[in-house]
Design a protein around this ligand. Structure first.
Ligand code: SAM
Length: 461
């Protein structure tokens, strides 16, 4: 949504009635819906309006004075950068209240689906994450500079290109935070300059640190032409950390915000270019760029539930669209199904193929766009599978992917979604084609945020 600066600062009183997806409290004032950071439902404050939408009645403001009592759901945020880094915007909300708000988000997004005759199916309680902190197995950092020219690793402040230091983040696994500090120090000593997006000068753009069972992979994403000697100095410093399993360098000159663009190649400067993750008990290699759920324990619980809902047995034929590294497909194969997995990212699919072969599992891994598969590839999915699982990105199914799902015509389909609003739209379309949900089970994979993952089982007819 485009925002314009308020013509002149106006003040109003706002009582929040709900939270928006960015974690701001939303309350009505003089016909506008005002979004206010750090205002929880039932809290009231005097607010200065900073921006308003030219298209809708929404406005955004900041608190100048709190009025009355704090919400009973308010807790102290755990991270030092909270409120500035724009990451976990719900860290000031108690966990039970977060879970209730996530469930409400799914109910609202699926209201049109639930209004269809779904035989009384309800959105289940959100399955809580086993850990609220230290659960992220991947840290992503933008490189920036302070005013006194010190290197910073962090995140863009909301609606700006100002980099906020996020070292000390409590949400990543502790070793990730520790290594990010090491990288910052080593890069500073090596004279690596932070990349400037506007001027297109400088070298270090992003840092990724990935962790599996205490081992870490560090990726330096740099502008092309970054002197190798500087990168080697960083690698040499990191060689002294016992958790470092490998360090890779990836060149990226893109201007579209992609951190590791598809098709990038990683140059190994230290150790190995991958870690070994366990998915359904199967070792799978993972590099810096492939998609992997960040909350390992909760993702495994969700995959296991998907397999349970699919109830495969020997002979069951399953298709796993948007397969990633195979978290879902490997669980289905382990439970006895013969699986065909489709994924657009070639590295992921190659890693999944190798993993399934080594584990002697009946899983065929196919690289391709689920929304636009050539006829000969489509034929490999087999006619009338017993179950089709889809787990698309946040924006939901493309027309082509939806058409494929319907053409496959499985009696059971499972939709795993990280975008409740897109899920709502897709489920309405699938209902019109005869697929009705009989289970709607949200999972919390990202405590402290508005994000919620939803598993929906659909039955045809
Ligand atoms: C939400 S992730 C899910 C991955 C996997 N199911 C998991 O749980 O780890 C979505 C995946 O879809 C892939 N993807 C995106 N667009 C695609 C497309 N058009 N066709 C096939 N895969 C696609 C992405 O690369 C990513 O791996």
């Amino acid at each position: 949504m485009r925002r314009v600066l308020a013509a002149k600062p106006t003040r109003c009183e706002v009582q929040a009635s709900r939270l928006d997806d960015g974690g701001a409290g939303v309350g009505a004032s003089s016909g506008r819906l005002v979004h206010v950071a750090d205002l929880l439902p039932d809290e009231r404050a005097e607010v200065v309006i900073d921006h308003h939408s030219p298209h809708t009645a929404d406005a955004w403001g900041h608190i100048v004075r709190r009025i009355g009592a704090a919400s009973k759901d308010r807790v102290a945020p755990a991270c030092p950068g909270w409120g500035r880094c724009g990451g976990c915007t719900w860290q000031h909300l108690s966990y039970p209240a977060q879970l209730a708000a996530k469930r409400r988000r799914v109910e609202l997004a699926l209201a049109d689906v639930l209004a269809i005759d779904t035989h009384g199916v309800k959105v289940s309680e959100v399955r809580p994450s086993p850990a609220m902190f230290g659960y992220r197995n991947k840290g992503k950092y933008v490189a920036g500079r302070t005013q006194d020219d010190k290197l910073v690793l962090g995140a863009y402040a909301p609606r700006s290109h100002h980099v906020i230091d996020t070292l000390g983040c409590r949400v990543v696994a502790p070793v990730i935070d520790e290594l990010a500090s090491w990288v910052r120090g080593a890069a500073e000593r090596a004279g690596l300059r932070a990349y400037d997006e506007q001027a297109r000068t400088g070298e270090l753009r992003y840092v990724i640190v990935r962790e599996v069972a205490g081992d870490a992979l560090v990726a330096l994403i740099v502008a092309s032409g970054t002197p190798r000697a500087k990168l080697e100095l960083v690698a040499n410093s990191l060689a002294g950390h016992p958790a470092v399993h490998g360090l890779v360098v990836i060149e990226n000159d893109r201007r579209d915000g992609a951190i590791v663009p598809a098709g990038s190649s990683a140059q190994v400067l230290l150790g190995h270019g991958y870690l070994v993750e366990n998915l359904a008990g199967v070792p799978v290699e993972v590099g810096a760029g492939e998609f992997l759920q960040v909350n390992r324990a909760q993702a495994e619980a969700m995959y296991a539930r998907v397999a349970e809902l699919a109830s495969p047995k020997a002979g069951t034929r399953a298709v796993d669209l948007f397969a990633g590294l195979g978290g879902i497909g490997l669980h289905l194969a382990r439970a006895g199904a013969t699986v065909v997995s489709v994924e657009i990212d070639r590295d992921s699919i190659a890693q999944l193929r190798r993993a399934a072969e080594r584990a002697h599992l009946p899983l065929t891994a196919i690289a391709g766009d689920a929304g636009d598969l050539p006829a000969e590839v489509r034929a490999q999915l087999g006619a009338a599978p017993d179950v089709v699982v889809v787990n698309p990105p946040r924006k939901g199914l493309s027309e082509g992917a939806r058409e494929l799902l319907l053409a496959l015509g499985a009696p059971t389909s499972i939709y795993v979604s990280c975008g409740p609003e897109a899920l709502g739209k897709d489920l309405v379309a699938l209902a019109a084609a005869g697929y009705a949900p009989d289970r709607i089970e949200p999972f919390d994979l990202m405590p402290g945020t508005a994000q919620v993952e939803t598993v929906v089982r659909l039955r045809r007819g």
